[in-house]
Design a protein around this ligand. Structure first.
Ligand code: ZN
Length: 339
């Protein structure tokens, strides 16, 4: 399908694939995105106009998520560098009803109370799920049998890899959007992530998930994958209520498709509006290198009584959506429509 955009490109005799299109427009968006990224440095790379845009979703060229980067902790030999030697992130209670159970590569979050938890994401594979999710809960004195379901934010192996293990160990359902169940189904057995889990339960756009005494709203935010889910939920800091937003899929690794970049930007705008409605003041991600939760958790561990919670941001928190929107539009302007 040819858009007006691509017809304009054709009229201007611009190359049909992959080369720069409107760099002035790209630079203008990137400038706005980078300014907004001052408070969110983990997302600034999205506005890099020289980045190579991979396509981890191209199953004809590779096995689905094969091109996802290896976990830093698993790198060995050349290229491992000092990152590989950084100590793992300890499991941590971040709010009264939210726990970090991830590693440096990818995050899993446990939301809820001992009346019932929802596990958000399953890490790279079964071994990590056992070590960081079940092991982390044990360290924190939490009962895995209180997990009622696993929500997988999107259909990439670093989030679903260990979900089937948890699902089988605990006898709980895996929840995803119908779009991403379909999207990932053809991914075969991957050397690091294993197979995608068999189809479980669908989550619809705007659906409220209730478990124990908690609830969470899942919103469809297509872009990173066709059916990524971003989440809005209440968190409590020593009883003081806040509202959190978790952006469900971040990287620009879906190929040089301006239409998808624009869809991504639309999803950012949608979540800005929904977050404002919900009074969101905590911005989370499923990768600690994006939301800076590795740094924020270290600050939280040192927090003195009466000090502000490091994860709670003020109005500037909404700059995150400007970063996501403007960087996506900047990248969209780099590329003409592929044939
Ligand atoms: Zn992903």
């Amino acid at each position: 399908m040819k858009s007006v955009h691509s017809l304009v490109c054709a009229a201007l005799f611009l190359p049909a694939t992959g080369l720069s299109h409107d760099m002035d427009e790209a630079k203008a968006h990137a400038e706005r995105g980078l300014k907004a990224a001052e408070a969110f440095p983990g997302y600034a790379s999205l506005c890099n106009l020289e980045s190579r845009i991979r396509n981890v979703n191209d199953r004809s060229a590779s096995n689905g998520a094969r091109r996802e980067r290896p976990a830093s902790g698993q790198r060995s030999g050349q290229g491992g560098g000092e990152r590989a030697e950084r100590p793992p992130l300890p499991p941590m209670q971040v709010f009264d009803n939210l726990y970090f159970l991830g590693n440096r590569s990818v995050s899993a979050w446990l939301y809820g109370t001992d009346e019932g938890y929802l596990l958000i994401d399953g890490l790279n594979n079964d071994e990590e799920a056992e070590k960081y999710i079940l092991g982390g809960m044990e360290t924190l004195g939490l009962d895995p049998d209180r997990i009622e379901a696993i929500l997988v934010t999107h259909g990439h192996g670093d989030h679903y890899g260990g979900a089937d293990y948890i699902s089988e160990e605990l006898g709980v359902e895996i929840l995803m959007s119908a779009e991403d169940w379909k999207f990932m189904a053809p991914f075969g057995v991957h050397p690091r992530f294993g197979p995608p889990p068999p189809r479980g339960t669908d989550v619809a756009d705007g659906e409220v998930l209730e478990f124990g005494e908690s609830s969470l709203t899942a919103h469809l935010t297509p872009g990173h994958t066709p059916g990524g889910l971003s989440l809005v939920f209440d968190v409590y800091d020593n009883g003081i209520p806040h509202a959190a937003m978790m952006w469900g899929g971040t990287g620009f690794n879906f190929g040089m498709y301006p239409e998808i970049f624009r869809q991504y930007a639309d999803s950012a705008v949608k979540m800005r509006d929904l977050s404002q409605e919900a009074g969101v003041d905590v911005m989370l991600s499923n990768h600690s290198r994006r939301d800076g939760s590795d740094i924020l958790m270290a600050e939280l561990a040192e927090r003195e009584s009466g000090e502000a919670h490091p994860f709670v941001v003020g109005k500037e928190g909404y700059d995150l959506f400007t970063v996501l929107e403007e960087c996506a539009l900047a990248q969209a302007a780099r590329f003409v429509e592929p044939e």
